[in-house]
Ligand binder design. Sequence first.
Ligand SMILES: [Zn+2]
Length: 85
Amino acid sequence: MKHHHTDLCAQLESQLPDYLDGEARAEICRAIEAHLADCENCRIVVDTLKKTIALYRSAPCDEVPRDVHARLVRVLNLDDLLSPR
Ligand SMILES: [Zn+2]
């Protein structure tokens, strides 16, 4: 794989909760989408997050493995995004 995890990746990943929640500003969305087209690493991250969020929203919390939850929340600060509405 030719792309490494860069500062840009980290910067965009910090915006992903807002992006996936539809709350990011338009220019942030464009920056993320442009980067995703070029960065397989971040595509995988986004894809995984989308699936995880869909799982959270369709299943009771105790059906999501705790280690998966803990890891995602720790890595991506998803507390706000994943908390029940
Ligand atoms: Zn990236």
